[in-house]
Design a protein around this ligand. Structure first.
Ligand SMILES: *[C@@H]1O[C@H](CO)[C@@H](O)[C@H](O)[C@H]1NC(C)=O
Ligand SMILES: *[C@@H]1O[C@H](CO)[C@@H](O)[C@H](O)[C@H]1NC(C)=O
Ligand SMILES: *[C@@H]1O[C@H](CO)[C@@H](O)[C@H](O)[C@H]1NC(C)=O
Ligand SMILES: *[C@@H]1O[C@H](CO)[C@@H](O)[C@H](O)[C@H]1NC(C)=O
Ligand SMILES: *[C@@H]1O[C@H](CO)[C@@H](O)[C@H](O)[C@H]1NC(C)=O
Ligand SMILES: *[C@@H]1O[C@H](CO)[C@@H](O)[C@H](O)[C@H]1NC(C)=O
Ligand SMILES: *[C@@H]1O[C@H](CO)[C@@H](O)[C@H](O)[C@H]1NC(C)=O
Ligand SMILES: *[C@@H]1O[C@H](CO)[C@@H](O)[C@H](O)[C@H]1NC(C)=O
Ligand SMILES: *[C@@H]1O[C@H](CO)[C@@H](O)[C@H](O)[C@H]1NC(C)=O
Ligand SMILES: *[C@@H]1O[C@H](CO)[C@@H](O)[C@H](O)[C@H]1NC(C)=O
Ligand SMILES: CC(=O)N[C@H]1CO[C@H](CO)[C@@H](O)[C@@H]1O
Length: 356
């Protein structure tokens, strides 16, 4: 018979829950294999049947199943006044169902370390002298691996000058000691430092009886100069183990175009202008010419410009305007327009053509 226990403890993979009857009236249902990561917690789902009314639930951890463990292997005793529990397990193991008469022997082990790997064996005791039973043939093989899961970093779109809140959620939501969450920030060629902003302390949220979510937020005002193209790292420390996630910050910003180049050219020479726009993401750059020196009609001329639109990932990006063999008609007002999302900004320049 397969019994389905559903535990949402993310770090725990429970497999092979089968009822095993070692002797008539004495059966246990538990997972044969559980895997978890260091620093998290593990739940061993468990229930049993016994002929006597249970008063005490005891868990051992030892090396050679199905041989019975000894008293020195005690990792949990439901009678709090028992003092024989191995010191490394004191305070870390608890029953999910505190009323032992429910025959629910599920335990949760907090703050796992790799040395917690091993075979876990159940024993129950009642009031009578003979009311003792060790389920030695069924045991759980707990395997604790290195901390591997990464925290989750959420970054909403960053817009220059608009306050924003990033969040980092620690992996593995099984409750236990809350992890320490820190934010580190790195600019090009600099060492890790703290970003200027407000960091909340670790926030803990109960998801279910055994699962918790730990997260931290960072609120700051992004600027292109300070934050664009820099890396931010969220570091989560769980009982000496550490896991981290790095993300690159891309700040959306848009600067007025700038025009470079000689604006006074001799007839017959080339006119070569560059319009440079600094923005992220890159904007579309256009050149227009309005009117002429001799004929101020405000009409847009369409002489064969050699205008290249460039979309370079590195800002600022340029669009150059090249007119070969200029004539006096090429004199006038040139406008560079940068289109960035819904926004446009322009810069203009007056070109003079001098005669020989
Ligand atoms: C718990 O332990 C104390 C002290 O050893 C003992 O007096 C008490 O009877 C125990 N309770 C049960 C339910 O076994
Ligand atoms: C044991 O108790 C836990 C916590 O109350 C519960 O989630 C689980 O379903 C119980 N198991 C059984 C077999 O009743
Ligand atoms: C217990 O689990 C470990 C790690 O997964 C494995 O190497 C070992 O063989 C298992 N032991 C048994 C008896 O299945
Ligand atoms: C940011 O992280 C990326 C990818 O991990 C890396 O390639 C880049 O060099 C880092 N930049 C800085 C400024 O550390
Ligand atoms: C941090 O929060 C305080 C109080 O809400 C506020 O006065 C301060 O400007 C904030 N600092 C930053 C960098 O956002
Ligand atoms: C979360 O659960 C713990 C233990 O079950 C309890 O002490 C705490 O008050 C709960 N916190 C919230 C916010 O419900
Ligand atoms: C200039 O515009 C006119 C009318 O729109 C068009 O017929 C002509 O081909 C254009 N000339 C060039 C060089 O693009
Ligand atoms: C436009 O400029 C590009 C790059 O400078 C050049 O390869 C191309 O021949 C030019 N086209 C004309 C019509 O001048
Ligand atoms: C854009 O043009 C300016 C002025 O000519 C120049 O200083 C800059 O290096 C150019 N940038 C790119 C990406 O070509
Ligand atoms: C552009 O403007 C439209 C209408 O005002 C708006 O719905 C849309 O969200 C804007 N897009 C951006 C990228 O700002
Ligand atoms: C990856 C890592 O830091 N692992 C460490 C987790 O903590 C245990 C002790 O609790 C160390 O032995 C591991 O090296």
């Amino acid at each position: 018979m397969i019994t389905n226990f559903v535990f949402s403890c993310l770090s725990t993979g429970a497999l092979g829950q089968e009822e095993q009857c070692q002797q008539l009236g004495y059966c246990v249902t538990l997972s044969t294999t559980i895997t978890a990561e260091a620093g998290h917690c593990a739940v061993i789902p468990c229930s049993f049947k016994s002929e006597f009314e249970p008063k005490v639930i005891i868990w051992f951890k030892c090396e050679n199943p199905p041989n019975p463990c000894s008293n020195s292997d005690l990792v949990f005793h439901s009678n709090k006044s028992n003092t024989d529990i191995q010191s490394g397990f004191k305070g870390r193991v608890s029953l999910l169902e505190p009323d032992v008469t429910h025959k629910n022997c599920s335990i949760k082990i907090n703050d796992l370390s790799k040395s917690d790997s091993g075979y876990y064996q159940l024993r129950v005791e009642g009031d009578g002298d003979k009311d003792k039973f060790t389920f030695k043939e069924a045991y759980t093989n707990l395997s604790v691996k290195d901390l591997n899961q990464k925290p989750e970093v959420k970054i909403p779109p960053l817009i220059e000058g608009q306050q924003v809140t990033l969040s980092c959620t620690a992996p593995g939501f099984c409750s236990g000691s809350p992890p320490k969450i820190t934010w580190m920030w790195r600019r090009k060629g600099e060492k890790d430092s703290h970003i200027q902003g407000n960091i909340t302390a670790t926030k803990t949220e109960n998801l279910t009886a055994v699962t918790q979510s730990h997260s931290s937020t960072l609120t700051f005002e992004p600027s292109a100069e300070n934050h664009h193209n820099t890396n931010i790292t969220c570091r989560v420390s769980l009982r000496g183990n550490e896991t981290r996630k790095t993300a690159t910050l891309n700040v959306n910003y848009f600067r007025k175009p700038q025009i470079f180049g000689k604006t006074t050219v001799k007839e017959g020479d080339d006119l070569n202008l560059a319009c440079s726009v600094d923005s992220f993401p890159p904007s579309v750059i256009k050149w227009n010419k309005v009117g002429t020196d001799c004929n101020l009609q405000n009409n847009i001329l369409n002489k064969s410009y050699n205008s290249t639109e460039t979309f370079l990932t590195e800002s600022p990006h340029n669009s150059s305007l090249l007119i070969i063999d200029v004539t006096s008609e090429d004199a006038g007002l040139y406008i560079c327009t940068a289109i960035y999302q819904n926004d446009t900004l322009t810069e203009e320049v007056i070109v003079h053509v001098t005669c020989e």
